[in-house]
Design a protein around this ligand. Sequence first.
Ligand SMILES: [Zn+2]
Length: 532
Amino acid sequence: MGLESCHDLKSKADLIIYNAKIYSPDSVAVGVNCIAVSEGKIIGLGTDAEIRSRYWAPENINASGSVVYPGFTDAHSHFTGFALSLRYADLTQAHSFDEVLDILQGYRKLHPEGWIAGRGWDQNNWPEKVFPDNKLLNTLFPDVPIVLTRVDGHAVLASDAAIKASGITNTGKKGEAVIKNGEFTGIFLEEMADKLRNAIPALSISERTDLLIVATKLCHEAGLTAVTDAGINKSDILLIDSLQKAGVIALRVDAWLSPNEENYDYFMKDTIYHTPFLRVGAIKMYADGALGSRGACLLNPYLDDPHNQGILTTSPEELAAVCQRAYQHGFQINTHAIGDSAVRMVLHTYAKFLKPDDDRRWRIEHAQVVNENDFEMFGKYHIIPSVQATHATSDMDWARHRLGYERVKNAYAYNRLLQQNGWLPNGTDFPIEGIQPLNTFYAAVARKNVYAEPYEGYMMENALSRIDALKSITCWAAKASFTEKERGSIGVGMMADFTILNADILKIAEAKMLNTKVLYTIVDGKIVYKSK
Ligand SMILES: [Zn+2]
C-alpha cells in the first residue's frame, strides 16, 4: 500500500541509475549522480534525492560510485566488414609467413569446403618484412581459391585458383599487381585487391545476420553504443536498418555510402535518411592506399623505396564530381587520405566547394601524414580530420622508415590537427585495429600501445588531453556525423546511451587505464551488456 501510494506521487521511468559519478564532457554536471530514463531518452538528471523523489522505475542500477559516460562512439569503423571478418581466418597474430600457413591449415580443418578467406597479415611483423608470394599457397592448397587481406585492407595475397576465379588476366592500373618474371606473385593492391575480394562467394542473408548479431555483442562488451560503417552498399544498409527496427541490433550506426549509382539513387534524396538508430548522410571516398603497403600517396618518395611515391586511387576530377553531388544533396564527403600528397589533393578539392560559413563537416579520414604547409587548411575550410589514435601506436615502429625523421614529425599529429577546428572525432578503423574504445582513449592520451610502450610515449607533443580524448569518442564523434543534438553527451532529452566504467579515466593513474573495465553498456535506455 505504502509503495503504491508513493508511486502515485512519482512519475514512472524505465530505468534509474543512482549513486553514480556522471561525466558529460560537453557540459559540466556538478552535483549530479542520478539519471532517470524513459522511452530511450534521459528525462531526469540530478542528485539521488532529487531524482528519486520525482521518479520511480522497475529497473534500477546502483552504480556504487562507478562512472557513467555518454555511450562510446567509434567515428570510423567498418561494422559490416568487422562482422564478416569474424568468418575469416584471423592472421593478425602470425609472426611469419609460415605461421600464416599454419593458421590456414587449421582453418581448413574447420571449413573443409570452398574458398579460404583470411585477413590481418602484416609482413612488418615477420622476420623478412617483405611481401610474400603465393607459391606455397598453390602447393599446400592446390586448386583452392584463397584470398588473404593485409591488415590495412589495401593489399591481398591470392592463390592462383582465386586469380583465375576472379577473371583477372591483365595487370590493371600501374603498381596494383606485383609481377615477377612476367607472372603474378599473388599480391594485388587497391582496386585489383577489391576485385579479388569481390570474387569470394557472398554469404547468405541469414549467415550475415548471425555475424552482425555477434559483432553487435562484441561492440557492447567493449562499451560501444554507436559505430560507423565507412563505405557500404544499399543491401547491407537495408539489412542493418531492418535488424535495428526489429530490435535485433541495438547499436547506432552511421552508414556511409560507397560511391555508386545504385546507392545514390536509393539514398540521395531531398532529406537524409535518419532513424533513431541509423543515419545515411555521407559518401566514403578513397584518395590513396595505406602507409604499411606503401600505397599512401606522398609528395616525395618513400625513404625505404626511393622509386615509389604511392598511388592516388581517385583523381581530383573524380573526387570533385562526387563532391558536387554531395554538396547539392547536403551529404558529407569522408575521404580516406593517408599520404601528404593525397591529403593535399583532398583539401584543395574540398576547398573548391566549401564556403567560409558552411557547416558541411566534410572529413578527411586518417589524415596521417600532413605537409607542414597544409595544416591550416583544415581550419580555414572547416574540414574535419578524423583520426584513429591506435594507428599511431601500431605504426610507430616502422613509420619513420617509410617517412624519415622530418616527415614523421608531421604524421599522426592529432593534437595539432585538433587545434585546427577545436574538435575532432576519433575511432579505430576496426577491423583494421581492435574495437576497444578504451584502447583508443589510452593511445590518444598516453601514446602507448597495449604493452605500455614506449615508456615515454610516442611523439608526446601530439597526445590529447584526457578530456579531449573523451570528447573525441563521445560528443565530437557524434558531431562528426551530425548527431550531437541527440547523442554523445548526457543531458535531459538526449538518447539514453551510456558506458559505465569501474574507474574514472579522467583521473586514475595512466598505468591503470588499461585495466579499466566496462561494467554496463546501455543503449536506448536498455542494458545491452553487464559485466559478470
Ligand atoms: Zn576505414
